[in-house]
Design a protein around this ligand. Sequence first.
Ligand code: SF4
Length: 715
Amino acid sequence: LAKTALRTAFRTCPLCEATCGLELTLEGRDLVRVRGDHDDVFSHGYLCPKAIALVDLENDPDRIRTPLVREGKSFREASWEEAFERVAQGVRKVIDAHGPNAVALYAGNPNAHNLSGTYLRVLLQALRTQNFYSASTVDQMPKQVSAGMMFGTLLSIPVPDVDRCEHLLMLGANPFVSNGSLFTAPALPDRLRALRRRGGKLVVVDPRFTQTAKEADEHHFIVPGTDALLLFAIVHTLFDEGLVRMGPIGEHTNGVDDVRALASSFAPETVSDACGIGAEQIRRMAREVAGADRAAVYARIGTCTQEFGTLASWLVDVVNVLAGNLDRLGGAMFAKGAAGAFNTTGTPGAGRGVRFGRWHSRVRGAPEVYGELPVACLTEEIETPGEGQIRAMISIAGNPASSTPDAARLDRALASLEFMVSVDIYVNETTRHADVILPAQGALTRGHYDIALYQLACRNVAHYSPPALELAPGEMHEWEVLLRLAAIAAGQADTPAEIIDEMVAREALRRAGNPDGAWEAVAHRRGPERVLDILLRTGPYDLSLEMLEQNPHGVDLGPLEPRIPEVLRTPSGRIELAPPALVDDVARLRAALARTRNGGVVLVGRRQLRSNNSWMHNLGTLRGGTNVCTLQIHPDDAERFGVEDGKPARVTSSAGTIDVPAEVTDAIMPGVVSIPHGWGLYDGANSNTLAPADLIDPLSGNAVLNGIPVTVAPA
Ligand code: SF4
């Protein structure tokens, strides 16, 4: 294409949960510059280095832009029709011979940032497989489980009202590097600095002295995997010292006495040794959380990806409730999403709640959670012969062979599949096993709206970004790709995507009560934009997609407001402070208290500012500098194991062994070592090789990626 004059487009960054507004400069089809959008109603110009790398990403010669089909050990380019024909043959052959459960679907993290991701549900329904896996079970599933049990839906997750908060206790999160997670707050570092500037206090609990800890008022090292013990001790102190003040939400809360009874055996003095935090410090943490005018507890990845992930996630909100900080200005509050939020539909204040374990994984019997099985089970479901064995896989924007436990074993298992199709922009550790790779649509040719993330935002916002570029010749909308796959899975490969698309939209409208005139208003749109328009029109703010199109910097819907009891969707219509499944799991935590530390070391992960999960490591903007894969180890441990700074260390777990250069630092607690997540294909070592697939949090099925027992030696 001939180059034309420079032009500007505004859109939301699709790379992480912060939803920063970007100002893009385009020349013809080329993205030439990315800056923060200073007029964005939410991010006000903030951006991080990952957004700059969008230029590299858009122009990356490694990207797949044409369907690829396998020929022997390599791929060749093919037409869409040939590629879909191969998929139809491969997928239908397996389904016809072995039934729907023989095909697994894996969805990676980028689907959460892609409006077309809403069509994954259509593909899943067409497949009728119980083998659905996603990156959620190596990430945030424990929080979604505890929130569902307490408040009734999977995204009813309170977030710190950070702009009005005066005391924030933060566990297992490092927002100065990764921004917020399950907490949409662009420029979160700036918001946390502002909290401190207005006299507030930030307390960080983490096995590493992180970038966030450096900027905090106080930091406590904690033994990985013991956050639930610490939080229970805080709960204990609240009862013990008469600090429970629930305020108005008390009359909407069940189970307070049950929690009091459970907490009785977790006194600070009892858990102190296990956590590595002094009892008096724990009591002071409890007093400060209860005593501040506007306080919140927030916890994230380190507390989720561990053996007591759901208990820890639950106890965060138990503390918020008991200290009177839930649903209070400056405390932990619920956002009100403008589109697609389950806690804004149905009857306000009551619902069906959540139900898990409707089916179980075939080999180890792990329960289904929100329709998916733990990805830690995926390898064994492929490897183990018998009825229901996975023989084919569809992966959508995911790289489980890199980013899930026992990654090297999964890599081998994928090679044994009878058929695999991937929708992706790269050949990576996973898609290299595919028989067909269908190119995913580039970010700039898609409309963008963060349905899920605005349900977790620290301010109510709606922001739609129209496509900045038309599809190039030969490209296909991703929603169309997903619907073509759905048609194949349903045995109706000839059904045009537009027909299924209309059925999807009419179903969305039916669920919303078929308001008068709504179909006529949206009928001219197609794909996820039409569904989004329906959700906006029938949502709590009476918006429309047209209104958002007229506001390229987003629409500010105001600060968070108290929502209890209206937000609740539990069958009782109350906050369930002591859900039975969580109460039952406390015995496991109590048993862990009896463990003694034996001088061994455990592995935790870490985030890097210029790293985006398991992809984008090939992009020049994000390579080099501080972005290196090292084993952080405390000087005492380095001496103990004979490991030298800068020299390779050998790390071994029950799942595998990798060699990583050592970084000797007192920014990590003794007895803990850390390797960053996401390395492996281009350079560095993949820490997920060390994660044993049998270690999961039983309630959520989430993999244990923090607190893995390892040995360390010079390589
Ligand atoms: S913080 Fe996240 S959303 Fe913001 S620019 Fe960086 S990657 Fe994009």
